[in-house]
Design a protein around this ligand. Structure first.
Ligand code: PEP
Length: 264
């Protein structure tokens, strides 16, 4: 199946508002003739969402957040809800990122609540799953990922999954380390995820759900990773902070190459 590729930049806690706007403008200019076959998402820090969203209006580049709270409103100091993300112009939101699981006590059960809250608002969760190095070395990779998927997607209707869900396979040992999974390692896990989705939601639905790879994606390794059958895009951290490297990754995607006249 020809799934639309999706390349998302997770800017994490980087950049001032001014820098976020400059980066956005740079990406917009460099991707002005972006193919419809590729969806590009920028995920700046919360404080830059609205302004970046204004710049992206009318373009084909989408806005995403890096986290969300599951309640729509109330006494939850420091949190931001799905309706507020939508108001800021977001269409996507990363949830279950390993940095949140590791440093901020994110649990599978919270990830599940966040996923439902986003879908309720018509937003697309980018659900991150992945194993640590120790878990991989002990041969527990699939067991961990299956547990994360089962918990996050509990009770989700097949139609909602097919319409909204994006999954990011992010081996924890590859995030920010410069050591990416090999294309074969990524494909192996992505194929297992798709097989699990097929059992859980049905074959047709599983075929339409996009699975990104994340973990030290760079211009040098993007083409081979993105050429794998079940790798439908990338979630990019460090390399999304420079226009040049991010755009090179987008252009490494099959169908991501822009017309030579417009690449500037
Ligand atoms: C990430 O944080 O989602 C990520 C993939 O980071 P990096 O590309 O820097 O490894």
């Amino acid at each position: 199946m020809n799934r639309r590729r999706i390349i998302a930049g997770n800017w994490k806690l980087n950049g001032t508002l001014k820098e976020a706007l400059e980066l956005t403008q740079g990406v917009l200019k460099a991707l002005s003739s972006l193919s419809e076959e590729v969806e590009v998402v920028l995920c700046p820090p919360f404080t830059a969402l609205s302004k970046v969203g204004e710049l992206l209006k009318g373009s084909r580049i989408r806005l995403g957040a890096q986290d969300v709270h599951w309640e729509p409103k109330g006494a939850f100091t420091g949190e931001v809800s799905a309706p507020l993300l939508k108001e800021a112009g977001c269409r996507f939101c990363i949830i279950g990122h390993s940095e949140r699981r590791l440093w901020f006590g994110e649990t599978d059960s919270n990830v599940h609540k966040k996923l439902l809250a986003l879908i309720e608002e018509g937003l697309h969760p980018i659900l991150c799953v992945g194993e640590t190095l120790e878990q991989r070395q002990r041969g527990h990779t699939w067991e961990i990922i299956r547990r994360q998927l089962e918990a996050a997607l509990e009770g989700l209707e097949p139609l909602a999954a097919a319409r909204h869900l994006v999954i990011a396979y992010e081996p924890v040992w590859a995030i920010g380390t410069g050591q990416n999974a090999t294309p074969a390692q990524a494909q192996e896990v992505h194929a297992k995820i798709r097989g699990w989705l097929s059992t859980r939601f049905g074959k047709a639905q599983a075929q339409s759900i996009r699975i990104q790879y994340g973990g030290s994606v760079k211009p040098e390794n993007a083409k081979e990773l993105l050429a794998q059958t079940d790798v439908d895009g990338a979630l990019v951290g460090g390399s999304s902070l420079q226009v040049k490297s991010f755009v090179q990754i987008v252009e490494s995607s099959p169908q991501g190459r822009q017309a030579p006249c417009c690449t500037g």
